[in-house]
Design a protein around this ligand. Structure first.
Ligand SMILES: CC(C)(COP(=O)(O)OP(=O)(O)OC[C@H]1O[C@@H](n2cnc3c(N)ncnc32)[C@H](O)[C@@H]1OP(=O)(O)O)[C@@H](O)C(=O)NCCC(=O)NCCS
Length: 294
């Protein structure tokens, strides 16, 4: 089996089909017995998975990188989990570094969704330390995780991006209703003004909610924001109960190959308890905004 690297505590190697069961067990141990998103038996074939083994050869950690559906120039880092008794020994740091290097080599942007149920913010701190920039919060996205902590509320995640070259935002003009117009700058967009698009408004992209056995997660819709049509479209969606979740800067691509930015809106069939959504102190302002906006 291909060994990638070894340190005094762990051996890191590529994940294979035989690892699926133990990786799913690690997830069940962390997220609950009814964990609704196990890796399928052939699931390792489609992702770039890496496992950490301890000195006894036991698999104690995992993370993968996979294509980010609908966004050809982007990869998603995910599935990160380390067995509780092996934590705080640098396994996650190695796993994220390895996948970041792979994405950089492949010329991709990397996105990730650090969890919000963990009040210590371990995953959010790790991503922050590795240069990921927060683009917003996706409330109530993944049902039936950590029921002892979250009850019936689906797990929320932050949405973060790591670009290796250039700015996350490029200098494209943005058309947002006043309610959301200062959010890009507060989330790190430095340009103002910007250039117009050559192509026509590409239309919105709707995402089906994640479904657990009994509970359904929030719905999400992505609206391209670089065309004047964006404002009316977003206002109409707000009237239908949709609210700001996050931005996906530069992740849109028109048929003619022009990049553009999306705003992602969410809608949920239950009131959301934001007290169950933990973010780093630097993002408290956004959580407060979303509570007011809800
Ligand atoms: C998050 C997790 C993967 C970290 O694994 P780990 O091997 O213990 O992490 P590392 O030892 O490599 O630590 C790397 C960094 O993560 C952050 N971190 C890890 N554990 C932390 C904790 N308990 N509290 C705060 N920050 C923490 C720190 O920034 C740390 O860097 P530092 O040691 O320089 O402070 C692990 O705690 C875990 O499996 N948690 C449950 C599942 C989860 O949250 N997965 C991520 C889903 S997005």
């Amino acid at each position: 089996m291909e060994k990638l690297v070894q340190n005094s505590e762990f051996v890191f190697r590529r994940a294979i089909r035989d690892d699926v069961a133990v990786v799913n067990d690690l997830c069940r141990g962390e997220y609950g017995e009814n964990y609704p998103y196990p890796i399928a038996p052939n699931g390792m074939d489609h992702v770039n998975g890496v496992v950490a083994q301890n000195r006894d050869g036991e698999v104690v950690g995992f993370a993968r990188r996979a294509s980010f559906h609908g966004h050809p120039e982007t990869e998603e880092f995910g599935g990160l989990v380390v067995k509780p008794e092996c934590r705080r020994h640098g396994a996650a740091r190695y796993l994220i570094d390895h996948h970041l290097a792979g994405a950089r080599e492949a010329g991709k942007v990397m996105v990730s969704e650090p969890v919000c149920y963990d009040a210590r913010g371990a995953s959010q701190k790790l991503h922050d330390a590795k240069g990921f920039r927060v683009q917003g919060i996706e409330p109530a996205k993944y049902p039936e995780l950590k029921p002892e902590t979250l009850g019936r509320q689906p797990e929320s995640v932050t949405f973060v991006m790591r670009r290796f070259e250039g700015e996350i935002w490029n200098n494209r003009r943005i058309h947002l209703p006043p309610r959301y117009s200062d959010l890009p700058a507060r989330l790190g967009r430095t340009e103002t003004g910007g250039h117009s698009m050559r192509s026509t408004f590409p239309g919105v992209v709707y995402h089906n909610p994640c479904r657990g056995k009994e509970i359904v997660g929030a719905e999400f819709v992505d609206v391209p924001v670089n065309w004047p049509e964006a404002r009316r479209t977003i206002d109409d969606l707000i009237r239908q109960g949709w609210r700001f979740s996050c931005f996906l800067p530069g992740l849109g691509l028109t048929h003619s190959g022009e990049k553009f930015d999306f705003i992602r809106l969410y809608r949920h069939n239950q009131p959301i308890d934001f007290g169950l959504i933990h973010v780093l102190p630097s993002l408290d302002w956004l959580k407060d905004f979303m509570v007011q906006d809800a």
